[in-house]
Every structure is written in structure tokens, then in C-alpha cells.
Design a protein around this ligand. Structure first.
Ligand code: SF4
Length: 679
């Protein structure tokens, strides 16, 4: 890599930067600071090159999109230059696993190795921290729907007196999904901020103050994008002050951006609002009984809407665009009923204005919700299309409006069709360096699709292949014949095709399926094969326990076969012999009838573009590469990959998929695949 990138001032900072750049290069050398202070460190040219590219981007306050194959050591490659360049650094990750690893492990190791006086902090979204004000209110009120809720509230009360951070992840006794959590945590809408009597001890504000004071702050994409989308205000306090923004696992950004630049409301939100209005009204307002009736009216309107959705044929699991929705008129009447109930309570809040800060905070919360609902009333009355046309040229505003029905509720979404435009707009408003990195950003070596997705077509791109010897370490086995996803017995065919290699490896296998339904059928067939061949392998199936418990068991047994779906495709690191086979059932295309996918396809077509090549294929390949990436995690790992989908060879795009995978050896011969394990 050539000489140092100049920086913007001439007050001596350019020579300081040149010196820092030399230190970055030297740190990664065979006799450098990392080699002498970090156990197991071995120098890699690609890691050093990436570190220098990151450093130059920081110096220029530019934007770098960097793909670094598994094993490059990209976390060190961005942290070392960011730390040595100085200034404030914001790191955002896609998964909690990586967020914890960067904060608890890598940063500590590097700060020590480089001997830097640097403070770091981990910041989560506000819903992760206890809200002392709401907790006090819930305790004082003492009216909870079930005994279990009351037990959970008592456990949380005890926890609040002991914890230093208020982070709910520290309280294992209360499950993440317990209904009590919304009552004892805050949202941007119901937090009363400066008016709060508990502000000095508030865990949310304490965590933010620590993040503001720290040199390096680790957040996740949900918090980062919620903030950029003006849906939270945690990062905004210090985002402008950051000199360097690093977005790791950047392949997830387009999806997360679509969620956060979207808007919506839900039946659960109505239930929370009714609960808050009842308890605040009874405690702080005049005319207690009326508040019970007013909040019951919201609950009744929400129940009625849920019934109308069922009558319209929207069962649990349905996801449908408004313009495909049957019975729009009755649904419109149901939503109007919700709005009437909200209007009545808004009037009561208005009549009590100035009595209490929390009660007053209900006003803007109701106004925001009613504003969103008003757009839905228009859509359901037919005066608005599901895919809203934006003002000419305004890509940010083009959206699809859709409904999702879940077991206990329903969500009403409005999702942008070009989230990259909103992301790019946010990038423009910040002057610092941005580094977006991941192991999976390219399609057959090209960044074009990703750059379009994040709206940064002019950004500098760099790519470093994995240093692993894939030809020797890994084998791609495509059985003859390959199963056809069109056949009704496809899951059984997948299990049959994968079984001989799984048996030869003695288990140690992940079978990654595209749907939960396929997980059950593949697992059932593998169970039969194990019984038939009297091979007592340990079969683990997604859904039978938590993800973490299944992974722990997988690592412990050493002969396990884990059958899972999408949640096992990413962010999992099983090194060594415990994982030696990865079988993938099919190319993971998003279902084309999903309302957002369908609307994005329609939009690209209307622009004369090719939705398959520009959107569907790149997304599927990114996910596939993540799944494949589970197999070889270090220089000593060996393993066999199977992709059991005939389209890989029968369709023209199969070539693009194969060209996007690491350069494994290949075979179609079962005996060769079995022989990989000496079988
Ligand atoms: S400031 Fe907000 S989050 Fe903190 S205790 Fe008060 S209401 Fe809760």
C-alpha cells in the first residue's frame, strides 16, 4: 500500500498522522506490537493492508466499503487504525454476539497491547435498561393480569436495587419475552426525560453519559439506525462528535434500514397505551372511573380489529400488502374505531394538561399514533395505493404498506422500498469517516448490488480474500442427482442426499434449511436414517430448545447433527472438528409473494431494472455465503459443504452463485466426499 494519505490541517496533525500510519503498519508486522502482546497472533498481509486502507479512510474522512473473507482478522484490522488515529470511534455490529465480542474481548486486548489510555463503553437501546420511574409506578399500582407477572415484577424490583447497570440481560430469572418488560422499561414516547424525578439515578441516562465520555462506543445496527431514522435519540448525542464510524456485519444494513426507516403501529402498542393511560389517569388525573372506561374502549377497539382481520382471512403468519387485502372497507371501519377510542382519550389528556409530566407525555404519543393511523384510514378507504408513489425523484418516500398477523397481535407497516436512499441521506449529513465491512458484500466479485442497496455508489471499495487454503481444507460436494425444490418430497430428498456424508463424518454437521417446516421434515428423515443404520448420533432440532442451548450441546457432544433454519445461518462460530459438514437445502431466495419483496420487485421493474439480478440474487447469495462461512473458521478447520438444490447447476444464474463462493475443491462423487473423512 502506498504512502500516507494527507489530512486536512497543517498544524502538525499531518505529521502526527503519518507517524500513526507507520505505527499501524508496524503493529501488524511479524515483530510488531500485536505479535508480542496478543497470544496466537500471526501476521497476515491482507489484515495489514485492510488496516492501512481503514487508516487512510479515517484520515480523509471518506467512506470505505471493505469485504474481508473469513480469517482476515477484520476486527483488529479496523480497531487498530481507529484507535491509533485517535478521536472518538463509534463501532456498530449486526449481532449481539459480535457486539459483546468487540467490547468485552477485542477492544480490551488491543487497548492493552497498544498501551493506549482509551475508555470504551457498550450502549444498547433504551428498552434494554430498567426505567425506575415506570417500575415505581408498576409497583405502586400492583394490578397485574397474572400471578407470574407479579412474580416477575418482584424479581425486577429486587434486581433494580442490586444492579449497577440496569441492563435487563443481567436478569436471567425473567424471560426476554415476559409481558412485564414494557411496563418497566421506557420508550422515547413515554420517557419524561428532564421532568423525571429519577433522572439522576436513571440507568438509560447513566449508560448514555458513559458512552458520551468514552473514546470508543460499541452499539448495534438497530440502535444506530433507529437513531438515524429519528426513532431514538441515543446515538445522536454523540454521533456528530465521532471521528470514525465503523459498521461491521454491514451486509445486514439494507434489511435493518428498511425496518427502521419504515413506520408503523401495532395492536401491542395499543395495549401498552391503554395500560399506561389507565394507570396514569387513575393516579394523576381527575375522574378516575372515566379513565378505566376510556382505556377499556381502546382495548375493545383493538380486539374488534383483530376479529375483523380474522374475518378477512388474515390468519396467524399472514403478511399482506394493503392493495391485496380482502375486505378493506370493514378493516377501515375497525381502524376508525381504534382512532375514535384514541381521540376520546386524547381529549381527556388535554383536559388534564399541566397536572403531571407523565400524563402530559401521553399527548404527543397519542398524536403521533393517530397521525400514523390517519394514513392507514386513507389507504383502507382506497384513496391511497399500497405502494405509495413519491413526489418526483424522491426515492426515500416510496413505500409499501402491509399488514402482518402474529399469534397475539397484528402490525401495520409502511416500509421504504429504497432504504439505501435514506441511508445515503443520513451519511451525507455526517462529516466523519465511515467504514462498512463484512465477509459477504460482493456478488461474483462485484460490489455493485451492495453499493446500490446502501445508496453509496461512489464509495471506495476494497476486497481481501480469506487467507485459508480452501482447495485443501474444504470440499463442495454436489450429489448426483441434486434434489429439486419443486418436488413435494424435497425435504426428504435433501436428508437422503446429505445422510451418507453426515454418517461418514460421524455427525459433526449443520443442516441449514430455508423454512421451519423443512426443518421438521429433514430432521424426521435423518432420525429414521440413524435408526435404520444403527448410528447413534445426537440429533438437535431448532425449536426444541433455545439457540444458545442447542449450540452448547452441539459443541459438547462432538457427534451431533443440528437441523436449523435461518437463525443458524449467521453469527455462529464453531471452530475445529465439532463442525465438519454444512448441508444447505436450497438457495435462500426470499419468498417473492412477501409484500415487501413483491413491492421492491415491482418498483425495480417499473424503473426498467432487473429485480432478479439486482436484488433477489444478491440477497440470496449473501445469505448463502453466510451459511457457507460457518464451515471453515480457521487454518486448521476441514469440512464438506453440500448445497442440495438442482438449480445451482440447471439455471444460468447457478454459475454466478458458484463464482461467489470460496474456491473449495469440488466433486459430484459420493465416494470422494465420504473419503474426505476417511470413510
Ligand atoms: S428518565 Fe426516562 S427512562 Fe429514566 S427513569 Fe425517568 S422516565 Fe425512566
Amino acid at each position: 500500500m502506498s504512502g500516507p494519505a494527507p489530512r486536512r490541517t497543517d498544524d502538525g496533525s499531518s505529521s502526527r498522522l503519518a507517524q500513526a500510519r507507520r505505527r499501524v503498519a508496524a503493529a501488524f508486522a511479524g515483530d510488531g506490537e500485536l505479535a508480542s502482546a496478543v497470544g496466537g497472533f500471526s501476521p497476515r498481509a491482507s489484515q495489514q493492508e485492510m488496516a492501512l486502507a481503514v487508516f487512510d479512510t479515517i484520515a480523509e474522512r471518506g467512506t470505505l466499503i471493505a469485504e474481508a473473507g473469513t480469517g482476515t482478522g477484520k476486527t483488529f484490522a479496523y480497531l487498530v487504525p481507529a484507535l491509533l488515529a485517535g478521536g472518538k470511534v463509534l463501532v456498530s455490529t449486526g449481532t449481539k454476539t459480535l457486539q459483546d465480542q468487540v467490547h468485552a474481548k477485542d477492544l480490551g486486548t488491543l487497548i492493552k497491547a497498544l498501551g493506549l489510555p482509551v475508555d470504551s463503553a457498550l450502549l444498547k437501546g433504551r428498552q434494554n435498561y430498567l426505567c425506575l420511574q415506570r417500575l415505581s409506578r408498576a409497583e405502586a399500582e400492583g394490578r397485574l393480569p397474572s400471578r407470574q407477572d407479579a412474580d416477575h415484577l418482584r424479581a425486577i424490583g429486587r434486581f433494580a436495587r442490586l444492579t449497577a447497570t440496569g441492563d435487563r440481560a443481567e436478569l436471567a430469572d425473567v424471560p426476554e419475552t415476559a409481558p412485564i418488560w414494557p411496563l418497566v422499561t421506557s420508550t422515547r414516547e413515554n420517557c419524561i426525560g428532564q421532568e423525571c424525578p429519577r433522572l439522576d439515578e436513571c440507568f438509560v441516562y447513566r449508560a448514555r453519559r458513559a458512552a458520551q465520555a468514552a473514546d470508543v462506543v460499541v452499539v448495534n445496527h438497530h440502535l444506530f439506525l433507529a437513531d438515524l431514522a429519528l426513532r431514538d435519540d441515543s446515538v445522536r448525542d454523540f454521533l456528530p462528535a465521532a471521528d470514525t464510524v465503523i459498521l461491521d456485519e454491514a451486509h445486514q444494513l439494507p434489511k435493518v434500514a428498511a425496518d427502521f426507516f419504515g413506520t408503523g403501529w401495532s395492536l401491542a402498542q395499543l395495549a401498552d397505551l391503554a395500560q399506561d393511560a389507565r394507570s396514569l389517569g387513575l393516579a394523576k388525573a381527575a375522574g378516575g372511573a372515566a379513565w378505566v372506561m376510556l382505556s377499556q374502549a381502546i382495548e375493545a377497539a383493538a380486539r374488534n380489529l383483530r376479529l375483523l382481520l380474522a374475518e378477512a382471512g388474515l390468519t396467524v403468519g399472514s403478511r399482506i400488502a394493503v392493495d391485496r387485502c380482502p375486505a378493506k372497507a370493514p378493516l377501515g371501519r375497525g381502524v376508525a374505531g381504534v382512532d375514535e377510542a384514541l381521540a376520546a382519550i386524547a381529549a381527556a389528556v388535554q383536559a388534564n394538561a399541566g397536572r403531571d409530566a407523565e400524563l402530559d407525555a401521553l399527548g404527543p404519543r397519542l398524536a403521533g399514533l393517530r397521525g400514523e393511523i390517519a394514513t392507514w384510514l386513507a389507504a383502507l378507504a382506497g384513496s391511497d395505493e399500497a405502494v405509495q408513489e413519491p413526489p418526483a425523484g424522491d426515492e426515500v418516500e416510496q413505500r409499501v404498506r402491509w399488514i402482518a398477523v402474529s399469534a397475539h397481535g397484528a402490525q401495520f407497516h409502511s416500509t421504504p422500498l429504497a432504504p439505501g436512499a435514506a441511508f445515503a441521506r443520513a451519511r451525507e449529513q455526517q462529516v466523519q469517516a465511515w467504514i462498512l465491512t463484512s465477509a459477504t458484500l460482493t456478488l461474483a466479485g462485484s460490489f455493485a448490488a451492495f453499493l446500490a442497496e446502501v445508496g453509496l455508489p461512489q464509495a471506495r471499495t476494497e476486497r481481501w480474500d480469506s487467507p485459508f487454503d480452501f482447495q485443501r481444507q474444504a470440499l463442495l460436494y454436489l450429489p448426483k442427482p441434486l434434489p429439486s425444490p419443486l418436488r413435494s418430497d424435497f425435504p426428504e430428498q435433501v436428508a437422503d442426499a446429505a445422510w451418507p456424508v453426515i454418517a461418514a463424518a460421524g455427525g459433526r454437521a449443520f443442516v441449514l434449511c430455508s423454512t421451519l417446516r423443512a426443518v421438521e421434515r429433514v430432521a424426521a428423515r435423518l432420525r429414521e436414517a440413524m435408526q435404520r443404520d444403527r448410528l447413534a448420533l445426537h440429533l438437535l432440532v431448532q425449536g426444541s430448545s433455545t439457540r444458545r442451548a442447542l449450540l452448547d450441546e452441539f459443541r459438547r457432544h462432538g457427534n451431533a447433527v443440528l437441523v436449523g433454519s435461518v437463525s443458524f445461518w449467521e453469527g455462529i462460530d464453531v471452530r475445529g472438528e465439532a463442525l465438519s459438514v454444512v448441508a444447505i437445502d436450497k438457495l435462500p431466495f426470499a419468498p417473492p409473494d412477501d409484500p415487501v419483496v413483491e413491492a421492491r420487485i415491482r418498483r425495480l421493474r417499473s424503473l426498467g431494472r432487473n429485480p432478479f439480478l439486482e436484488y433477489q440474487l444478491p440477497e440470496a447469495v449473501t445469505l448463502l455465503k453466510q451459511g457457507v462461512g460457518r464451515l471453515i473458521r480457521d487454518e486448521r478447520d476441514r469440512g464438506v459443504l453440500m448445497i442440495l438444490d438442482e438449480r445451482l447447476l440447471s439455471k444460468p444464474y447457478g454459475r454466478i452463485v458458484l463464482a461467489s463462493l470460496p474456491p473449495f475443491s469440488r466433486t459430484r462423487d459420493e465416494a470422494v466426499a465420504r473419503a474426505f473423512f476417511g470413510g
